[in-house]
Design a protein around this ligand. Structure first.
Ligand code: FAD
Ligand code: SF4
Length: 522
């Protein structure tokens, strides 16, 4: 079979693969970007809550299995831009202390092998690349930075401004949530030329107007427009990687594209399929030199899977909440040890406003007793919505693996739950004093009906990086310890996950690896 040779092959066009490609494109090297999905079709259905959340129209049609053998559908999205096509675009830096060992109620969150200081310039570059809007100095746990955000924070609508002021009066430090968004505002309204119109379909919906700073819009599209040395192939699923007999170099990338088998090679191969799919690709690429999976001499491939302990909560109040674009506020007062508890709890952020079709699709036993006749529209109008996330700790038995029949198995034993339960209780207390918010409900549709197993949105940690080849898969440049030309730039390199959303760190690391490759390629 003919084999096209490139300088670099990048597998996966999400934030990790897209950002690396965008930076490396400027070297003029021949780069092939392979993406198993196609462009997400633009249509009005992009903004339809039933299509997105109830029907799961954009989610991959895959069946995986838990360790107990139960089938589930992972929340995966195979498109140009990857999962960022549907992400909520909250782009925060990990805290400086997240790079160090942090004591949690259930154990130690391990230190990263590189410091925040090494990441800082790449965080700054990542914030520019993804048009992050924010305000330095408001968030009490934010790490130091080399400069201000390039874009002002997204303004609060009156009801959220009031919540922010209520919390500040109670001695808390709410802040504007940093968001990657192509929004220009004047007096709280989008300008006539702003791409984003501040609609109610932020978070979980693909953006019909390309106003969300996702990897397709911010990295792939502009790179292809400006650099003829970059080629994108869509519907191109990488099935396996081959090595030389010694197992030191990846010599071929095998692809199935539109029913045909194809084969490519490159001096450098970068895997960025998302933390779960990247581990699976390496496991499927086992050969005589790597009998337990490519780069798996340490038996760490697929292990230490993390995904945050998360909840989406809907507070119902007597007063209507007419906010349209709700995702503008966050609270990190309980991120680390606080005067309430000696261990970290996590981060509270607003999320998009509940829509009537989402409520219709939820399974709330509570509804029958409370509001038996309430129309869903009325309930949605009175809701205020929060996303809570707490750190889960890496554990070798929390892992993705392949069954003997090739089926995908995801084993999870939840840990650090007490931190998350306390964070939920905190939010409940915070909403009490004014008496404005009476009920707090769990919303599960946003992240998958059964969040613990199918909530793969923040997947990370399956190929962690480290100095010790016996305890990690990747070295400090995210090159596989055992191979000379194989790199990984999605969230699988995370040794711990902190409690902030992962994507800005994925992008910053991809840019860091790209800087290393620029030097290597000369
Ligand atoms: C509903 C939702 C909301 C979220 N909200 C936020 C948020 O607010 N903030 C935040 O920071 N993060 C958020 N996330 C997480 C964020 O989307 C991910 O962290 C990010 O997309 C991961 O980037 P990645 O490049 O590692 O992987 P992905 O985005 O998963 O991209 C991997 C790409 O590789 C492709 N691929 C996979 N296997 C193959 C193969 N074998 N061959 C070829 N191509 C392949 C996939 O199709 C995909 O395009 C959210 C996620 C979801 C689902
Ligand atoms: S709020 Fe802006 S970015 Fe989000 S879906 Fe609406 S137009 Fe797109």
């Amino acid at each position: 079979m003919a084999q096209d040779h490139y300088d670099v092959i990048v597998i996966g066009s999400g934030p990790g693969g897209g950002s690396l490609t965008a930076r490396l494109a400027k070297t003029g090297k021949r780069i092939l970007l392979l993406e198993r999905g196609d462009y997400l079709p633009r249509s009005q259905a992009n903004w339809d809550a039933k299509t997105v959340f109830v029907d799961g129209a954009y989610q991959a049609k895959e069946t995986w299995y838990g360790g107990d053998g139960r089938a589930f559908s992972p929340a995966l999205h195979y498109y140009v831009g990857g999962n960022s096509k549907v992400y909520g675009s909250a782009l925060l830096r990990m805290r400086e202390r997240d790079f160090e060992a942090v004591r949690h109620v259930d154990g130690i969150s391990p230190a990263w092998p590189v410091s925040y200081a090494e990441f800082e310039p790449y965080y700054a570059e990542a914030e520019r690349l993804f048009a992050v809007h924010g305000e330095r100095g408001e968030d009490p746990t934010e790490p130091w930075s080399s400069g201000p955000y390039a874009h002002p924070p997204v303004s609060h609508e009156p009801r959220i401004q009031k919540l922010s002021e209520d919390w500040a009066r109670e001695g808390l430090q709410p802040f504007h949530l940093p968001l990657g968004i192509k929004l220009e505002e004047r007096n709280g309204k989008p300008t006539p030329t702003s791409t984003c119109i501040r609609c109610d379909a932020f978070d979980g919906f693909p953006c019909l107007l390309n106003g969300k700073a996702d990897a397709q819009v911010m990295t792939v599209d502009p790179t292809l427009a400006a650099h003829s040395n970059v080629t994108l192939l869509v519907n191109a699923t990488v099935t396996t990687l081959e090595t030389d007999p010694a197992g030191k170099t990846v010599t071929a990338v095998n692809v199935t594209r539109e029913g045909r088998d194809e084969r490519y090679s490159a001096d450098i191969v970068v895997v960025a399929c998302g933390a779960l799919s990247s581990a699976l690709l390496l496991l499927r690429s086992a050969n005589a030199a790597h009998p337990n999976g490519l780069a798996n001499g340490s038996d760490q491939v697929g292990r230490n899977y993390m995904r945050h302990n998360m909840s989406v909560l809907m507070a119902l109040s007597k007063e209507a909440n007419d906010t349209v674009f709700q995702k503008t506020l966050a609270l990190s007062d309980f991120y680390f040890a606080s005067r309430d508890w000696e261990y970290p709890m996590g981060l509270i952020q607003m999320c998009a406003k509940t829509q009537p079709d989402q409520i219709r699709g939820e399974e709330f036993p509570e509804w029958t007793g409370f509001l038996p006749n309430a129309p869903f529209e009325m309930v949605a109008r009175h809701s205020m919505d929060f996303w809570l996330q707490s750190e889960d700790l890496p554990h070798p038995d929390n892992r993705v693996s392949l069954g003997r029949d090739g089926r995908v198995i995801l084993d999870i034993e939840q840990n650090n739950r007490e931190a998350h339960d306390r964070l939920r209780a905190k939010l409940s207390d915070l909403l009490e004093p004014g008496g404005a918010y009476t009920y707090l409900f769990e919303r599960s549709l946003y992240l998958g009906k059964n969040i613990p197993i199918s909530g793969t949105a923040h997947q990370s940690g399956t190929l962690r990086f480290g100095a010790d080849p016996a305890a990690s898969v990747l070295d400090l440049t995210c090159k596989a310890h055992q191979l000379d030309n194989l790199y990984v730039t999605d969230a699988s390199f995370f040794p711990s996950i902190g409690a902030v959303n992962p994507t800005l760190t994925i992008v910053a690391n991809a840019l860091r690896v790209a800087a290393h490759l620029e030097e290597r390629l000369g």
